[in-house]
Ligand binder design. Sequence first.
Ligand SMILES: NC(=O)c1ccc[n+]([C@@H]2O[C@H](COP(=O)([O-])OP(=O)(O)OC[C@H]3O[C@@H](n4cnc5c(N)ncnc54)[C@H](OP(=O)(O)O)[C@@H]3O)[C@@H](O)[C@H]2O)c1
Length: 284
Amino acid sequence: MILVTGATGTSGSEIVKSLSKAGVAFRAMVRDPGKAEALRLPGVHIVRGDFADGPSLDAALVGVDRVLLLTPPAQDQVAVQGRFIAAAVKTKVKHIVKFSAIRADAKSPYAFPRWHGESEQQLEQSGIAWTHLRPNFFMQNLFGLAASIKSGAIYQPAADSKAAFVDVRDIADVAAKALTQTGHEGRAYDLTGPQSLTYHDVAQIFSTVLGRPIQYVPVSSEAAGQAMKGSGMPAWQADAINELMTLMREGKTADVTLAVPELTGHPAKTLESFVRENVASFKQ
Ligand SMILES: NC(=O)c1ccc[n+]([C@@H]2O[C@H](COP(=O)([O-])OP(=O)(O)OC[C@H]3O[C@@H](n4cnc5c(N)ncnc54)[C@H](OP(=O)(O)O)[C@@H]3O)[C@@H](O)[C@H]2O)c1
């Protein structure tokens, strides 16, 4: 039996759809079954589970041999994933596919890559077979910029650097393969879209699709940090996101990999196709 955690989120909900489409019967763990209506698809069995509630994890893991481990971005995510891995060892889970992140590295100076790197190490030392999915920046993050795009500009502290943005639906298709096929144990996959793009390129794609000029305005890290904190984001999170933009300016998010087409058998989605499909979210 497969268990998908983080099932109501941006990525988890797409992983649930991919597994359901593949004809697999599996469990989707949610902390509030009331929020799970959209997940009630063929093959999906909803179970209640909360990362903060050990007995609920033990119950969700009964009879489970493979897990997609996805926890929300949080300061205590290493401890949360550590507790989950310990529970999975107890219930004799055989394989965990860990939803990690680009440049995961326990020695990274930057919080999110370091935290994912530390959790990857914990999982590798647990005795459970592992697969690490390390996605680049999600195309779906652009929904968070919709208000700004509607007003004609994208403000980012990215200078002229590039990212190989990936569509979460492609990550989900890779996750479904890793959970249902053998041969992915002990592998780490860097998951990217098909193109490495600057925010100038991103703005150009929006301009083309929307039929009106959208400008990219590079800003400083300080200005971006102030804007995020001013909008109510906790300081630790704004700082961690700013670190990811530093990673981008250092050129560490630019590489395009072939993991999505090679593992799924279909091409990775382009940013232009993502924007065209979601144009209603970005129109004035
Ligand atoms: N954004 C990016 O560009 C990017 C790139 C690479 C990697 N990542 C990684 O992707 C991960 C986040 O993925 P996402 O954006 O898909 O997440 P998300 O949309 O924030 O979803 C988080 C999920 O975790 C669930 N959750 C939260 N607290 C929980 C708890 N106490 N017990 C059980 N479930 C709980 C949420 O359920 P509720 O509905 O109940 O809240 C939701 O289903 C992070 O590890 C991040 O580092 C992100």
